[in-house]
Each structure stands twice: as C-alpha cells, then as structure tokens.
Design a protein around this ligand. Structure first.
Ligand code: SF4
Length: 222
C-alpha cells in the first residue's frame, strides 16, 4: 500500500524536482534498510488523497518517483503507474531490480530508473538476507541500460557486505555493458546496528577507482 508522499524532493529524480510516493513491503530483507517501519504508517488513498494534489501542482512538478520499500511488488503499482502516465506525469522508479518483468511491461511509461546494485553477485543473498536469483538482477540491469532513457545504478556501501573490491567488480561489470552512470552512496547508521560507515575519504578513493571503468558519482553526507 501507499504509505507516504513527499510533495517536493530534490533527491529522488536526478536533475528535477519531483513528488515521491513510498510503498510498503519488500522482497529483500536488508538489515541496514532505512524504511523497515514504513508499513506502520497509515495507508494513503491514492485517488482521494494524492492524485488531485499532484494534478494541481503539475504545472510546477510534473516528475514523480515511485519508491519504497520495493514499489514494484505493490498490488497498487500498476494502477498508479497507468494513471500517472495517462495524466502526463514523468515517472521514475526506485527498485532493487528483482522484478524485471514489471520494468519490461512498463518500458514506455517509465522515464527514469534508479536501481540498487547491492554488492557483487556472490554476496547478494547475504546482503538481502534472502536466497537471491542473481539472473533476475542481471536481467534488469541489461534491460535498463538498453531501454531506459535516464538511469543510475547505485551501491550503498554497507561495510559488512560491501567493500572496495565489490564496488570495483560492479564498476567493471557496468563498463562491459556500456552503462552510463554508477553512484556510490554512503551508508547511514541506523540505531539497531553497530556497523560504522566508511569515512568519506575512503569512499572518495573507491569512487575514483570505479571511475576508471564507468562514470561514477559519490553521494555522501546527505
Ligand atoms: S531492497 Fe531496499 S527497501 Fe528492500 S529491504 Fe533492502 S534496503 Fe530496504
């Protein structure tokens, strides 16, 4: 279900002010997840509480981002994508890439995808705390590179399961596929976990190494 809305965000759709919609539920179970409590919030009725305000604000904000949780598994998502598309909104999706069929089915409606590339493939099941079929992740990566106008792959550097070597493996994998953009993100500590984030200086070094293979940005301290 839809659980929360940020009406104006500068962070979720690169280069544009957007409205961001957050859905509960995820098919991964990452221990560092910032959004685990999202399900506790009251559900929001899209038609009644969101759509009219989005339409009112559309002359100023026509970009939207659907996020989560993992928005692609929400029972509401297809309906909401269809309505946003019919009303002329630009639609961005944040995803962990585990539902490539949703991305493919909505190829013409989605103008931006930000996909988590969690870690090197051999560690995927550890970081997601689920048995992960990495072929689905690979399928999403290839689909995005070849079909979506604007995209980024990003790694939150959670030191327990992501180190410099993992990021370099990811950068090399993306280079082989001619990907346009990779983002290294600093992990933000959450209360329950005593894993210390890498220092920004260390992340800068990782970013520079990755940048040798694919255009890489660093997001830290935000
Ligand atoms: S994939 Fe994202 S939303 Fe899902 S558990 Fe991991 S961090 Fe949380």
């Amino acid at each position: 279900m839809l659980k929360s809305v940020i009406w104006s965000s500068m962070l979720d759709y690169p280069g544009h002010v957007c409205s961001s919609l957050f859905f509960e539920g995820c098919n991964f179970n990452c221990e560092y997840c910032q959004n685990k409590d999202i399900g506790k919030a009251k559900s929001i009725d899209f038609e009644r509480e969101v759509l009219s305000k989005l339409l009112e604000r559309k002359p100023l904000v026509k970009y939207t981002v659907l996020s989560g949780g993992e928005c692609t598994i929400s029972p509401q998502i297809q309906h909401i994508v269809d309505i946003l598309y019919q009303n002329g909104f630009k639609i961005g999706i944040h995803t962990n890439g585990y539902k490539p069929e949703f991305l493919k089915e909505n190829k013409n409606k989605i103008s931006y995808i930000g996909m988590d590339f969690k870690t090197s493939f051999e560690k995927y099941s550890q970081i997601a705390a689920r048995n992960i079929n990495t072929n689905k992740i690979k399928e999403s990566i290839d689909f995005i590179i070849n079909n979506i106008e604007e995209y980024e792959f990003r790694t939150t550097v959670y030191p327990k399961f992501v180190d410099e070597n993992d990021c370099i493996k990811i950068a090399k994998y993306l280079k082989e596929r001619n990907a346009k953009k990779y983002v290294i993100q600093q992990y933000k500590m959450i209360d329950q976990i005593a894993v210390i984030p890498f220092a920004v200086e260390k992340l800068k070094e990782i970013k520079e190494e990755c940048n040798k293979y694919v255009k890489t940005e660093l997001r830290a301290g935000v």
